[in-house]
Design a protein around this ligand. Structure first.
Ligand SMILES: Cc1cc2nc3c(=O)[nH]c(=O)nc-3n(C[C@H](O)[C@H](O)[C@H](O)COP(=O)(O)OP(=O)(O)OC[C@H]3O[C@@H](n4cnc5c(N)ncnc54)[C@H](O)[C@@H]3O)c2cc1C
Length: 261
């Protein structure tokens, strides 16, 4: 049995890559035993990050007034390089997490808190429906990476524009659809795109993973559960952010906290 421990550690930025015009990868280093512990956990599970309010001060995770908490996805780990990486949507300088990632430099600090997790993100299924906006690329990328060649389905992802599309490798037989939306604060095409699909019917082996802005998650959940009669075991639909609301004020933050328990 794997002996996983909770992670609560100040990590140091060791590399920063601009993946696409609106996506930044931040590589972080930590103690070797912390990285080895994280390597036993599910890639794509979420974690909390503590963003320093004043990055000229050493980050102290005991002093809650010195940082802001946000939820991000554990996107990858390399035990040899002693690194983990987290991918951030760059949606502006004003927001704490987006602004921090945009200006992050090698040597900067970030607190990372993870609860032990080694459960697969999706059950085995013949048909899969993956839907998300830019914030979901890390989790959907992790799911796609793990899908077997026997699974088929659709993956619909909405990003800022063509240049923000990413290469998301998979062995599964997936139809990938990229949608473009330069203003996700004011609506999304995800709901209509899902409604335009021919989906597997009840009784077939099927699973949907939906992660995006609150309003589209709500509408897609209603459509799949109502008109398409997907049961709750066939569906994971989770709001990743809410337009006009900072994460600490949104209900999704509280649900993510509960989900991380
Ligand atoms: C389980 C989970 C996993 C997540 N994983 C990731 C991840 O790996 N990468 C990632 O980038 N995000 C991820 N998110 C989403 C991220 O937590 C939110 O986008 C968060 O609000 C960003 O914090 P912030 O400080 O940048 O903005 P906040 O201070 O929370 O918000 C400030 C303003 O920006 C708006 N805003 C927030 N996010 C966006 C956005 N993406 N686009 C446009 N406007 C926005 C808000 O509505 C608000 O008006 C995840 C969320 C959850 C619940």
């Amino acid at each position: 049995m794997i002996n996983q421990k909770p992670v609560r550690e100040v990590m140091t930025v060791t590399d920063k890559q601009t993946l696409t015009p609106h996506y930044i990868r931040i590589c972080l280093t930590a103690q070797p035993d912390t990285i080895a512990n994280i390597a036993t956990m599910t890639i794509g599970a979420n974690n909390k990050v503590a963003i320093p309010i004043d990055k000229t001060q050493a980050l102290d995770l005991e002093d809650k007034s010195s940082f802001v908490i946000r939820t991000y996805t554990h996107r990858g780990v390399d035990v040899e390089k002693q690194q983990i990486w987290i991918d951030f949507v760059a949606h502006g300088d004003e927001a704490p997490a987006s602004g921090w990632a945009t200006h992050a430099q090698v040597g900067d600090e970030l607190g990372v808190m993870m609860k032990p997790k080694n459960k697969a993100l999706c059950p085995e299924t013949d048909h899969i429906l993956l839907v998300g906006d830019a914030t979901a690329i890390p989790v959907l990328g992790a799911i796609l990476q793990d899908l077997p060649a026997t699974t088929s389905g659709h993956c619909i992802i909405e990003v800022h524009d063509k240049e923000d599309e990413q290469d998301l490798p998979t062995e599964a037989n997936m139809t990938m659809t990229w949608l473009h939306n330069a203003d996700p604060m004011h609506g999304s095409q995800l709901v209509n795109a899902v409604k335009g699909l021919t989906l597997p019917t009840a009784g077939q082996s099927r699973f949907a993973y939906i992660a995006s802005e609150f309003a589209s998650v709500k509408a897609i959940r209603q459509y799949l559960k109502g008109e398409q009669q997907w049961s709750k075991d066939e569906l994971y639909a989770f709001s990743y952010w809410k337009a006009g609301v900072a994460e600490d004020q949104s209900a999704s933050a509280r649900r993510a906290e509960k989900d991380a328990d």
